[in-house]
Design a protein around this ligand. Structure first.
Ligand SMILES: Cc1cc2nc3c(=O)[nH]c(=O)nc-3n(C[C@H](O)[C@H](O)[C@H](O)COP(=O)(O)O)c2cc1C
Length: 167
């Protein structure tokens, strides 16, 4: 799929088919995340691939939406706090690094014909407990991964003239 077509095609998918994700597709999607740039190339991330069937009951304590658990897989992008690059004023670029890698992953999934949805509104304490994450690891964003059962309309975006200022 052509690059700009992928950008346009990506939607938040909140309904999934009961169909597994092929392993070769999953590998290419994870590889797209691996190739993402990061501040000072620290790559402060780990991606936990969760088979929803295995962990669904327990994980509902962390994010209780029926549609989320229809997808065969969920990916949790975790940030490694101690490995992230920090600027001289102490600002950590962990969230930025994770967002870039996750966007690679999500756009690759779109190019493979798969659906995703960025999820931030989960309970991070429960996710940490259930996945057994160390203190250094922060679950930053989740996405379900599976074949879409809907094709949502594009959502509103502000026009360029509202968001771009040229000097
Ligand atoms: C960082 C981030 C966090 C989000 N968290 C959630 C969430 O917790 N639950 C949800 O249903 N959608 C979530 N979304 C999806 C947004 O609502 C969605 O991207 C936005 O409404 C635009 O729609 P579109 O993705 O279909 O273009 C999140 C998106 C981003 C980028």
């Amino acid at each position: 799929m052509e690059f700009y077509e992928v950008i346009k095609k990506r939607r938040s998918i909140r309904k999934y088919q009961d169909k597994p994700v092929e392993e070769d597709k999953l590998q290419r999607i994870l590889e797209a995340a691996r190739l993402a740039p990061s501040a000072a190339n620290h790559q402060p991330w780990e991606f936990v691939v969760i088979k929803t069937e295995k962990i669904k009951k327990e994980f509902k304590k962390a994010y209780d939406r029926e549609w989320f658990w229809q997808a065969p897989l969920v990916i949790c992008a975790c940030g490694l706090k101690n490995e992230a690059w920090k600027r001289f004023d102490g600002k950590s670029y962990l969230d930025v690094d994770i967002a870039i890698a996750m966007d690679h992953l999500i756009l690759a999934a779109t190019a493979e014909g798969l659906g995703t949805c960025w999820i931030a509104a989960f309970n991070p304490y429960e996710v940490k407990r259930i996945l057994g994450l160390s203190d250094d690891m922060e679950p930053i964003v989740l996405t379900p991964l599976g074949y879409p059962a809907v094709s949502p309309q594009p959502t509103y975006r502000k026009p360029l003239k509202e968001i771009v200022r040229r000097l």
